[in-house]
Design a protein around this ligand. Sequence first.
Ligand SMILES: [Zn+2]
Length: 153
Amino acid sequence: MIVRDATANPSTEPCRYCTATPAELDSQMALVTELAHSRVFLVRDQTHPGRCVVLLKRHARELFELAPDELTAFMAEVARVAQVVHRVSGCDKLNYAVYGDLSPHLHVHIVPKWQGGAAWGEAFVLKPAEGVFLAPEAFAQMLLNLKHGVEFE
Ligand SMILES: [Zn+2]
């Protein structure tokens, strides 16, 4: 039997999501807004239009590391963002993914799916070989719609 400490960081590298500023993450994902427990980002690859990441503000690797109150509050923020992504994107279904193999800082992918569209009925591709990148104006409009929804709804 292999016994490992699930909370131990196997790497000596500092956590990127703890140290990077939104500007440093901007080529990968743009900051939508900041909530009490999380930061919300719109992923640059828009293969799934409206795809967001909700990143816990403090460092944790696993959901079970959060105290019950913090877990409830964080998941409520995930649900709040998901509701806005669902409305803004007009998708048929949202997928939620918590991976973190390569970036072990708790974050939830919120991925809109359309019946018959990309990866319908399957796991979405985290980093597609050929991503879909919107025109700057369209990306900015999506960002604004999400920001307005999350902050004012
Ligand atoms: Zn971290």
